[in-house]
Write a protein that binds this ligand. Structure first.
Ligand code: GLU
Length: 446
């Protein structure tokens, strides 16, 4: 089967952790199957849709490395939707209803009070032409519902396994607003049919929508695609994703948090699956290992600390060539590969590179405790002649050790504090050649 998938964000908000996860998983599956990825912008809600969000969604996907083979906007397909809608009206599968939102609310309340499920009572179906004409005279405009039939609804979900719905438990969904604009449900199904989508991947919040969609697919096309409903993610405390990183947009994770895209991809690709979450610097192993059957139905926890851990690990494994341009943009044009390799094990975020650059090239205040003053001065006299490389430190420290009689922490720490002004930092053997003779001497004698 030639696989065709779609990712269908509504441009009413930015791309955030939850829908980025859907995008990542849909994309991994698609690329593994050598399929076709459609980016579908669900913008039939003209009031709430914003160009700015559409742009941010595209930028977010691009930043994550998720490309698409085709893009469609629902707002450009209204004519096509109308054609299908007219046909469904003629077939009696879509019918007019005249209740106001208040009336519907009241019906709902009465049903709930009586302890019956609040499904729509289909009053619209039994309206006579005279009654309809009367409503129209009063200035009421109908909204339209899709009439569910009695046939049991079943599908084999790629994540949830066999799913069954009894249509009588479901309200006939509204598919056309009073102002004549079509709603998400039918548009989504028409698109999935027209673009020959073979696999619909989305959040489990859509499961009951899918039940109604199955009947719409059948009414329009006779058959329906495969479905995979991902469990929703919760934050580390198990609550709804509302706080901290979980509610941040991908744009914020990129710009405000300064994280690497592969840390997000690495986490989202494996979260909620039986494969371990690991730091990947490329997507290939994730594409290769992807399998819907590895995903569980339980709610996985999104832990922003985990994202930070992955981010650090990814940086530690990142080649200089992969970050050179971004380092330049940060004003670190002069940083070379040797410098990068020396500092990368000490990075949590790329922005830390600036701190290490300043530690080497800026004005550092060496820390030399009173009892170490003679020691660091003595060490300075033992420095080997230039040029220095990564072996210089060992040659030097062996001699310092012998002459001073110090060892362990009392040997290394005063030197580190004098050279860097800090107690932690990059390995001294890597750092020394970066500092060079002049700075090393000056700092040891500060
Ligand atoms: N626009 C819908 C959403 O964001 C799409 C759901 C779907 O994938 O069909 O939830």
């Amino acid at each position: 089967m030639f696989v065709k998938v779609r990712f269908a964000p509504s441009p009413t908000g930015f791309l955030h952790a939850g829908n980025a996860r859907t995008a990542v998983i849909t994309w991994l599956f698609c690329r593994q199957q050598n399929g076709h990825f459609l980016l579908r912008i669900d913008d039939t809600d003209r009031e709430r849709s914003r160009d700015e969000c559409e742009i941010a969604i595209e930028e977010g996907l691009t930043w994550l490395g998720l490309n698409w083979d085709q893009k469609e906007n629902q707002k450009f397909r209204l004519e096509r939707y109308n054609t299908v809608i007219e046909k469904l009206k003629a077939d009696g599968r879509i019918y007019a209803c005249y209740e106001t939102p208040e009336e519907l609310g009241l019906k709902r309340k009465t049903q709930l009070n009586r302890g019956v499920p609040p499904t729509y009572d289909r009053a619209g179906l039994s309206l006579t032409d005279e009654q309809k004409a009367k409503y129209e005279e009063q200035g009421r405009k109908p909204h339209w519902r899709f009439k569910m039939d009695e046939e049991a609804i079943e599908w084999d979900d790629l994540i949830r396994g066999p799913v069954k719905f009894n249509p009588s438990d479901l309200s006939d969904p509204v598919v056309l607003r009073e102002d004549g604009t079509p709603l998400y449900h039918l548009c989504s199904v028409i698109d999935d049919v027209d673009f020959e989508i073979t696999h619909v991947v989305r959040g489990e919040d859509h499961v009951s929508n899918t039940a109604t969609h199955v009947q719409m697919f059948k009414a329009i096309h006779g058959q329906f695609p495969h479905f995979a409903h991902l469990s929703l993610i919760a934050d580390a405390e198990g609550g709804k994703l509302s706080k901290r990183m979980g509610s941040l947009s991908i744009r914020d994770i990129q710009n405000k948090e300064g994280l690497e895209p592969m840390s997000v991809v690495s986490l989202m690709a494996r979260l909620g699956s039986s494969d371990p979450i690991e730091a990947f610097t490329s997507v290939e192993p994730l594409i290769e290992s992807f399998d819907f059957s590895k995903f569980s139905r339980s709610t996985p926890k999104f832990d922003s600390e985990e994202l930070l851990r992955l981010n650090a690990k990814i940086l530690h494994a990142t080649e200089f060539s992969a970050v050179q341009e971004r380092l330049s943009e940060m004003g670190l044009q002069e940083m070379d590969e040797a410098f990068w390799n020396a500092i990368r094990p000490n990075l949590e975020k790329l922005e830390n590179a600036k701190e290490w650059w300043d530690m080497v090239h800026g004005n550092v205040t060496p820390i030399i405790d009173a009892e170490d003053k003679d020691f660091t001065a003595q060490a300075s006299t033992l420095l080997p002649p230039a040029p220095w490389d990564e072996n210089t430190f060992k040659t030097w420290i062996d001699q310092v050790k012998e002459e001073s009689g110090r060892k362990g922490k009392t040997l290394f720490m005063p030197i580190r504090k004098a050279l860097t002004g800090m107690e932690h930092g990059p390995e001294l053997p890597n750092l020394m050649p970066l500092l060079g003779e002049e700075k090393t001497k000056a700092r040891l004698n500060a």
